[in-house]
Design a protein around this ligand. Sequence first.
Ligand code: GDP
Ligand code: IMO
Ligand code: MG
Length: 449
Amino acid sequence: MKQSFNAYAKEDEKGIAAHTRNDRSFHVKVDTLLGLQWGDEGKGKIVDVLTPDYDIVARFQGGPNAGHTLEFEGQKYVLRSIPSGIFQGGKINIIGNGVVLDPALFKAEVEDLEASGHNLSDRLYISRKAHLILPTHRLLDQAYESQKGCNKIGTTGKGIGPAYTDKTGRNGLRIGDLEYNFTEKYAQAIARHKEMLRQMDFEYDLTDLEKEWWKGIETIKRFRLIDSDHFINKTLSEGKKILAEGAQGTMLDIDFGSYPFVTSSNTICAGACTGLGVAPAKIGEVYGIFKAYCTRVGSGPFPTELFDETGQKIRDLGCEYGSVTGRPRRCGWIDLVALRYAIMIDGVTRLIMMKSDVMDSFDTIKACVAYEINGKEIEDFPFEINESVKPLYVELPGWKTDMTKMQSEDEFPEEFNAYLSFIEETLGVNIHLVSVGPDREQTIIRYTE
Ligand code: GDP
Ligand code: IMO
Ligand code: MG
């Protein structure tokens, strides 16, 4: 039997996975996987690794601002709106109601995957309640960014903010609207956006964008459009297991992230409840994923950012360039103050440490354990992060060993074990998985329970 990464997935004497038995259905919950930093922690890789233990993988928020990378059998894939469980055969993947979907980018993503031999149509379902990103949302995103000038957010430019603004402003168009008077609703929304763009003196050409967008609508119609709230709750009651895949990271959450330099959705665990229609009591394991260091793309505070050759070394060794935009990611030491905050907000039950191998050649590694603000030491993540916030570090010995080919925790160098223990003690949660390279196989389970 292939090594299972999920404690729930133990098989009984007849080889039936416990979670598929009816008598266990009462206990079956939705597990969530969430980024704990500023995104790009490696969520795509780990969702793919965990998928064999689940029946369904569902994205619950965000949109094509996400870029989730998976590597296996010498191939590399970057997913934007399609859940990362799509490559593990036979599993249903759902684009949930909390997601904003751009038809043109969705079409490109589907075509890329189909060209590489992956048939999606029978196992990718889309929620009728997911909102559509209109071609003008992308233009509005650009217009707002140029209006902000040097205070710009540094968005991915995919129209995420304007699409969620229309959702909360009760002006959004949903996937389900495609089934009722859609052209009329679309025309009204576009006219309203054009007026907004005119008021901002923003110049644009909509022709090609709209053409691609409408082709994308035809692609969407090829898929099964579902009432995902009912579907998910029904399959849960049948004892099926669901993994909710987060996008972005807790520090980019609209409520709890480094506002206003955040994305426009709830990236936290509670976002899985609203983004899938799952009651809070039905949330099970909460996997919190973080890198052995820290990165950020776009503007906004980043207390442990390194501007020197160490920062550049992390960028080079970790290939820290955006999977969607190609932008160089800002790099720095691990920030345990921010991580502790994220763990508190998300209720993390299991930690997953990524990109440990990137630290393989460092003599010493720093970990930020507190901030100093105006001469005072602070361990709780503060309301505002500005220039007066100074990270306070503990310096730990590096392990100076190539970990990329390791297969089990028994091979871990002593210094690496000490690094793991230090993080676990500071954060109060066990590290359940360790990633030592981008490939699916470069993942090591730790038996800590
Ligand atoms: P996501 O958005 O959270 O899914 O993360 P991204 O895919 O944007 O960024 C993570 C990057 O790190 C990708 O290029 C992955 O292939 C790569 N990666 C994931 N895990 C590891 C690891 O353990 N070591 C190394 N060196 N690279 C990794
Ligand atoms: P994944 O899922 C890293 C950042 C942008 C910007 C801010 C707002 O791959 O981890 P938006 O386009 O959402 O309005 O941009 O959020 N951002 C991400 N950073 N990873 C992501 O996704 C991100 N999605 C958005 O860089 O700072
Ligand atoms: Mg990413």
